[in-house]
Design a protein around this ligand. Structure first.
Ligand code: LHQ
Length: 258
């Protein structure tokens, strides 16, 4: 059985981390397979939304710790440079929205991969743990970049140092994630949000993502210039034309993603 399940349905790519007996912890094979699938999503124009979730009870328990101590494993030097850093970069650069559907515990790199996605939703039974400190590591996979920006430096450093488990509801309250749903309706809500995203102006969403990426590091004046550049690009898409026409004609827009 493949460690990554991949299905394209209704213009959405569903990527499922699939090592349920290990709580979907990453080994090298799974980390490389995820990168291949993200690249495929980037290239395939029929894909207009990407959903990442986990098989079974957990979302992802981060690095497979058995692999770290395996003498035949990839070794510490490759784990960030060849596994997690490219995964997080590919998600941030992907030219379509990526929805993290956190169905259960998300720990270590698993939590931070979820948090780098464009929209993070979770089921009520999910939780988030910056587990790194418990084994003497620092938070990685972009966590030190995104978490303080999401919830503030004080809460981020406390969670990273203490390694406390944050429930999905608490994560929503503190602004770490977008929304939490009851377990019984979670899958349906994932499909509904994915379907909404897949029918939206894909290029406009990709530009929004690029501009937000830049807002993390640019001055206000530079950000205004960047908005100007990307607004021109958005205005030259067919979907913009269709959006305005549909509004004027008082009908639902039929966006094609171009
Ligand atoms: C696991 C794992 C796991 C293997 C659960 N590995 N089997 C970067 C740089 C280089 C090196 C290291 O890593 C990194 C990035 C990182 O991600 S560091 C952080 C690594 N992750 C962790 O430290 C989390 C470890 N896991 C846990 O703390 C717990 O398992 C959590 C809180 C995720 C879930 O707790 P429980 O609900 O009590 O489940 P469990 O502990 O019983 O786990 C279920 C099974 O999954 C169990 O297998 P078993 O055969 O005993 O039933 C675990 O061994 C396995 N598993 N996480 N990371």
């Amino acid at each position: 059985m493949s460690s990554i399940l991949f299905e394209i349905k209704n213009n959405t790519a569903f990527i499922t981390l699939n090592r349920p007996e290990k709580f979907n912890a990453f080994n090298r094979e799974m980390a490389l397979a995820l990168q291949e699938r993200l690249e495929e999503c980037e290239k395939n124009i029929s894909v207009r939304c990407v959903v990442i979730s986990g098989a079974g009870k957990a979302f992802c328990a981060g690095q497979d710790l058995a692999e770290v101590v395996d003498p035949n494993g990839p070794g510490m030097q490759k784990i960030l440079s060849e596994h997690y850093n490219p995964i997080v970069s590919k998600i941030r650069k992907l030219n379509k929205p990526v929805l993290a559907a956190v169905n259960g515990v998300a720990a270590g790199a698993g939590a931070n991969i979820a948090l780098c996605c464009d929209i993070v939703i979770a089921s009520q039974s999910a939780s988030f743990i910056q587990a790194f400190s418990k084994i003497g590591l620092i938070p990685d996979s972009g966590g030190t970049y995104f978490l303080p920006r999401l919830i503030g430096m004080q809460k981020a450093s406390a969670l990273m140092m203490l390694g406390d488990k944050v429930s999905a509801e608490e994560a929503e309250r503190m602004g770490m994630i977008y929304q939490v749903f009851a377990n019984e309706i979670f899958e349906l809500e994932v499909e509904k949000i994915a379907q909404r995203l897949a029918l939206m102006p894909t290029k406009g969403l990709a530009f929004t993502k690029q501009v937000l990426n830049l807002s993390m590091e640019q001055s206000f004046e530079k950000q205004l210039l960047t908005e100007d550049i990307f607004q021109q690009k958005s205005a030259s898409t067919n979907d913009f034309k269709e959006g305005v026409e549909a509004f004027m004609e008082k009908r639902p827009a039929n966006f094609k993603g171009d």
